[in-house]
Ligand binder design. Structure first.
Ligand SMILES: Nc1nc2c(c(=O)[nH]1)N[C@H]1C(S)=C(S)[C@@H](COP(=O)(O)O)O[C@H]1N2
Ligand SMILES: [Mo]
Length: 374
């Protein structure tokens, strides 16, 4: 973490993130900076697939369309959206589909996220379902297709950098929002302001930034990010390193259960004689709830159950804490393991290798030492 380059002045509003790519801009949050109940904007990860659009001088006049399989196609400005539909604020996790990818062996293609391609912010907007109701879904409405104002990574507006979509049932969930504010502030440009989607629990790529259009379709959407190996997992396990050609695939929908240790930080040192350490972190589980979090300092021989603070609303993360007693000085490895409400727990080793490296939820490992300063 320490040896990765830090963000330059282009992202001066961001503090302490690790840069994974400059063009397109990709930056993740070290786990120890995810120690707040609500992730501050300054620490929230950034993922672009193309270049950024022109910032607008008139946020309230920003408009988007809803068209396709609807009775009444709509064009709404942000001002109209705010005045015509009930406002909702939820604290919800946004997580990149490739979060955890760097832990796959051998390395899978794509940005080498550790666990910091995720954050949990308060999003304010309106339910997409309220807008779709106004447009009137036809019986043929099966899927959404999302469009943004950003050019692709070559600067061309002919193709979308990313254009994904969801089955209509996910679009109709109350928590799927059209969002204009983050942590009570106008949605920052870097995070898709003035207007973006938030599709919680599923890969972040569905949460279109700089939103210009929602195309209601009568079939699965086929924009960039929807075809080939994109956001697809093998139905049956693949030998690590294989190219995934010709195997049965399914689209990654709900993200798998994950926990992070946000304190102590990896590499922390405690004075000699320390016999208890306090550990805290966060856990979340896609569409599912977190049932429990356990920590171990002895490689899984013994586990301590963490105390969890309940989520504020569905898709919020749980904050958890645990105290662990230590038998003596020495090096310790902390592992945190979350289990979802269907009994699925995080593995010690990533078992679901796939060519594009999605959904790796291997346990977060934090190394600490107790003893005299070296
Ligand atoms: N228009 C647009 N929306 C986008 C993207 C993009 O490249 N262009 N990237 C997606 C991906 S892959 C992720 S993980 C999230 C990241 O959102 P953030 O940059 O606000 O953290 O935005 C999604 N929405
Ligand atoms: Mo992503």
């Amino acid at each position: 973490m320490q040896d990765k380059p830090k963000l330059g002045f282009a992202l001066s509003a961001k503090m302490g993130l690790s840069l994974l790519g400059e063009v397109p801009l990709v930056a993740e949050t070290p786990e120890e900076l995810l120690d707040d109940d609500t992730t501050p904007i300054a620490h929230f990860f950034v993922r672009n697939n193309g270049l950024m659009p022109q910032p607008t001088g008139d946020p309230e006049g920003w408009s988007f369309v809803v068209d396709g399989e609807v009775e009444r196609p709509l064009r709404l400005t942000l001002a109209e959206l705010k005045s015509r539909f009930p406002h909702k604020t939820y604290r919800m996790v946004l997580e990149c589909g490739g979060n955890g990818r760097s832990f796959f062996e051998p390395q899978a293609a794509g940005n080498p996220w550790t666990n910091g391609g995720a954050g949990c912010a308060e999003w304010t907007g309106v339910s997409l379902s309220d807008v779709l109701r106004e447009a009137g879904l036809k019986e043929t409405a099966l899927f959404t297709g999302h469009f943004g104002a950003d050019p692709d990574k070559h600067g061309s507006h002919e193709h979308q950098a990313m254009s994904r979509g969801v089955p209509i049932a996910k679009a109709l969930e109350e928590h799927t929002l059209l969002v204009w504010a983050m942590n009570g502030e106008p949605l920052p440009f870097l995070h898709g302001g003035p207007l973006r989607l938030i599709v919680p629990g599923w890969p972040g790529s569905l949460s279109q930034k700089w939103l210009t259009r929602i195309w209601i379709r009568n079939r699965e959407h086929d924009g960039p990010g929807m075809t080939g190996l994109s956001y697809r997992l093998p139905v049956h396990p693949l030998p690590p390193g294989s190219d995934g050609k010709g195997v049965a695939l399914r689209i990654l929908e709900s993200m798998p259960v994950r926990s992070i240790v946000s304190a102590p930080a990896d590499g922390a040192h405690y004075p000699e004689g320390t016999r208890a350490i306090h550990i805290r972190g966060a856990a979340w589980a896609g569409d599912d709830a977190v049932a429990r979090v356990d920590v171990t300092l002895d490689g899984g021989a013994t586990w301590t159950e963490a105390a969890m603070t309940p989520p504020r609303n569905r898709y919020d993360w749980v904050r958890w804490q645990a105290s662990a007693s230590l038998p003596g000085d020495g090096p310790y490895e902390i592992f945190a393991r979350a289990t979802d409400s269907q009994g699925r727990a995080q593995p010690f080793h990533a078992a679901n290798w796939n060519p594009n490296g999605y959904g790796c939820n291997v346990m977060h490992r934090v190394r600490v030492t107790v003893g005299p300063e070296a």
